[in-house]
Ligand binder design. Structure first.
Ligand SMILES: Nc1ncnc2c1ncn2[C@@H]1O[C@H](COP(=O)(O)OP(=O)(O)OP(=O)(O)O)[C@@H](O)[C@H]1O
Ligand SMILES: [Mg+2]
Length: 293
């Protein structure tokens, strides 16, 4: 039997950290969304795009449909399609000597997430939308501009639906991936308001790291300073994200480990999390000595 798409009810996250920077980004995004414009959060890995999109959807307060971009998608994965057939049989035995049977076979259309969200006025979170091919995302063009969702003829003969006035859309994407994936069409980008999320400031990263790991800010500040230093170091070719800070702080906090260079377990944890198996432990060790002391 075909599955209906799952609808989520999100509350504004209790562990969502709000700093002056995040507050100002949220204020802008919510103003655009309330005015009816789709918002696109763009930024490198680990800059808080998905977390922010979910938080905004929670604040809007409508049911939420989430789609994760996928290169295998076709437009039917967004809109819906025929997922089987239903057969109805009518047996008429009113006159005992005569049995009349009638059989009707029809297709069963199942709405996918975009159609469900448009029809019912839900908030659509389309995470990493640029991972889907432009042809799959084409259906969004008229949805975002004319507020009309064009459907294949097979859907009960309806060729389009008017989009509910409370339908809102939040997109995320990572521009670093465009080279390897599909460049979002300029026509689609032209219909959204794009907010570029760079890495958060040190204060915001420290507040998030402390909140997520339970480590006091005084110590988590040092870990964030270390990770940011390595991220900004031109000689090291990879950029550890806030996830590295959260992981180190969390692991250290769960053990009897000090944020000190003379604690062997602390150094090992930093190297394992930050170096990702690469041959940069010498440079990272030096940074730990300089920053952590
Ligand atoms: N405002 C916030 N409050 C609490 N935690 C946050 C906040 N922003 C980001 N985080 C945490 O930082 C980490 C990275 O955030 P997130 O997954 O949203 O980034 P992303 O930009 O979507 O990354 P990716 O591109 O890899 O999907 C997660 O562990 C997330 O919980
Ligand atoms: Mg994400």
């Amino acid at each position: 039997m075909a599955q209906q798409a799952t609808v989520l009810r999100l509350e504004p996250g209790k562990d969502f950290v709000v700093t002056p920077l995040i507050k100002s980004i949220c204020r802008r995004c919510l103003a655009y969304l309330k005015a009816g414009y789709p918002v696109h959060l763009s930024g490198p890995a680990g800059t808080g795009k998905t977390t922010l999109a979910m938080h905004l959807a929670g604040v809007i307060g409508r049911p939420v449909m989430i789609i994760y971009g996928d290169e295998e998608f076709g437009s039917s994965d967004l809109l819906g399609n025929d997922k089987g057939i239903v057969s109805k049989r009518l047996v008429d035995n009113f006159v005992h000597s005569v049995v009349k049977t009638e059989e009707n076979v029809s297709n069963v259309w199942v709405d996918q997430r975009l159609t469900t969200a448009c029809k019912n006025g839900y908030t659509l979170v389309y995470d990493e939308f640029s991972r889907s091919r432009a042809e799959a995302n084409n259906v969004l063009l008229s949805a975002l501009e004319e507020r009309l969702l064009v459907l294949p003829e097979s859907r009960y003969g309806e060729s389009y639906i008017n989009i509910h006035s409370e339908f809102r859309a939040i997109f995320t994407s990572n521009p670093d991936e465009y080279a390897g994936v599909y460049t979002p069409q300029s026509a689609l980008l032209d219909r959204m308001i794009t907010i570029n999320l760079g890495c958060y400031d040190a204060q915001t990263e420290a507040a998030i790291t402390s909140a997520k790991s339970g480590m006091p800010e005084k110590e988590s500040n040092k870990i964030v300073e270390l990770v940011r230093h390595i991220r900004e170091n031109q000689d090291i070719s990879f950029d550890p994200t806030i996830r590295a800070s959260i992981m180190i702080a969390d692991i250290v906090n769960k053990q009897e480990v000090k944020v000190k260079t003379d604690d062997r377990v602390f150094i090992e944890t930093c190297l394992d999390v930050i170096c990702k198996g690469s041959d940069t432990s010498g440079q990272v060790k030096k940074a730990i000595e300089n920053i952590i002391g």
